[in-house]
Ligand binder design. Structure first.
Ligand SMILES: *Cc1c(COP(=O)(O)O)cnc(C)c1O
Length: 382
């Protein structure tokens, strides 16, 4: 099955009891047993362990990422936390130096006293990255493209190194989605998603996902998920599953609009720098062409010539079609000020060091008419 067919049919079955085409929202916590320890349906005893609506979503997730096992969580961060729970004091994790703010906060604050050591490195310096691997290294964590600076990491090259050293390799694929990039095919072991973003796609649900190919790793992660409990409820599972059915159509339009907005901003006299992997001028354009098949996404970040925070704020107060809000990946266009909003949890000096300046604006370009979006940007930049 090819991708556009998979988003609709992958891992899906008509409901066996009624023939319903979409899986019902099985809003139930528990399932009947015919004799103690003998559930009527052997797959379902209690919804924290498994729920049929969540199973339908998890099967869809596995299918679209070319994995064998999908797991759905109550948020993207809950999914990340599930992975980290496999490690113990003395273990080491190597992470990319530009991460979603909440991921960085979890690694540096929630796991601060865990004894797990985190290294943050430039994943494009492969020799330096490899030199950090030692006998305690358990996992490499990469986000590509990153939020908000659109840095890329070469998944296939990193996978060669992690395989050589027998270290797990996890990729946060939230920005690219499997429509554009399939980390498991490129050699990663775990794909993580904030399904709140493009997979859900309608800004109406908080959800997370993990997808793996290896069955034993899938069982281990499912055990963590079941035993700690941050599972996705049936209603939210239904919403994400519904979102996935149009993933290909939406992301295609996000990409088309993303290119148009990036080009418009590049040529605007008030704009200094545009971060978009589809631009030939983007420092990671070659990696983007290699691993992002079919487009470069809908996330566009830019800075002002003036370098002034006030200009960014004035722009964000003036947008009308774009909505000033955190999050991304929904059908509607959103605009965000990372330093004051999504990335405020990163200390100021660290933000400056990685390039999240006060005049930096991040756009999640939606699927509206590009002309209307450009008109809106024009008036807000005027
Ligand atoms: C939003 C986001 C997360 C966190 O996901 P939640 O669903 O908000 O918990 C992780 N990584 C990236 C790249 C994100 O954009």
């Amino acid at each position: 099955m090819k991708f556009n067919t998979k988003v609709i049919h992958g891992g899906q079955h008509h409901d066996p009891s009624t023939g319903a085409v979409m899986p019902p929202v099985y809003q139930t916590s528990t399932f009947v047993q015919t004799s103690p320890g003998q559930p009527l349906n052997p797959d379902y005893e209690y919804s924290r362990a498994a729920n049929p609506t969540r199973t339908a979503l998890e099967n869809a997730l596995a299918s679209i990422e070319n994995g064998t096992r999908g797991l759905a969580f109550s948020s993207g961060l809950a999914a990340t936390d599930c992975v980290l729970r496999s490690f113990k004091a003395g273990d080491e994790v190597i992470a990319m130096d530009d991460l979603y703010g909440g991921t960085y906060r979890m690694f540096t604050r929630i796991y601060k006293d865990s004894g797990i050591k985190f290294h943050f490195v430039d994943m494009n310096d492969l020799a330096k990255f490899e030199s950090l691997i030692n006998a305690n290294t358990k996992m490499v964590w990469v986000e590509t493209p990153t939020n908000p600076l659109m840095k890329l990491a070469d998944i296939a090259e990193i996978a060669k190194i992690t395989k050589k050293h027998n270290v797990l390799f996890a990729v946060d694929n939230t920005f690219a989605t499997p429509y554009l990039q399939k980390p498991l095919d490129l050699g990663a072991d775990i794909v993580m998603h904030s399904a709140t973003k493009y997979l859900g796609g309608h800004s109406d649900v908080i959800a997370g996902a993990l997808i793996v190919k290896d069955a034993a790793l899938g069982d281990q992660l499912h055990f963590q998920q079941f035993a700690t409990g941050a599972t996705l409820g049936p209603q939210d599972s239904f919403l994400v599953l519904r979102g996935i059915k149009t993933l290909h159509l939406r992301v295609q339009r996000h990409c088309e609009n993303g290119v148009k907005i990036a080009e418009f901003l590049m040529n605007h006299p008030k704009v200094e720098r545009v971060y978009y992997p589809g631009l030939a001028s983007h420092p990671f354009h070659e990696i983007a062409k290699k691993q992002m098949i079919g487009g470069f996404g809908g996330m566009v970040t830019f800075t002002f010539k003036s370098g002034k925070k006030e200009d960014a704020i004035a722009f964000l107060e003036k947008v009308k079609v774009f909505t000033l809000a955190e999050s991304l990946g929904g059908v509607e266009s959103l605009a965000n000020h990372p330093a004051l909003m999504t990335h405020a949890s990163i200390p100021e000096d660290k933000r400056k060091e990685i390039g999240i300046t006060d005049d930096l604006v991040r756009l999640s370009v939606g699927v509206e008419d590009a002309e209307d979006l450009i008109e809106d940007l024009k008036q807000a930049l005027a």
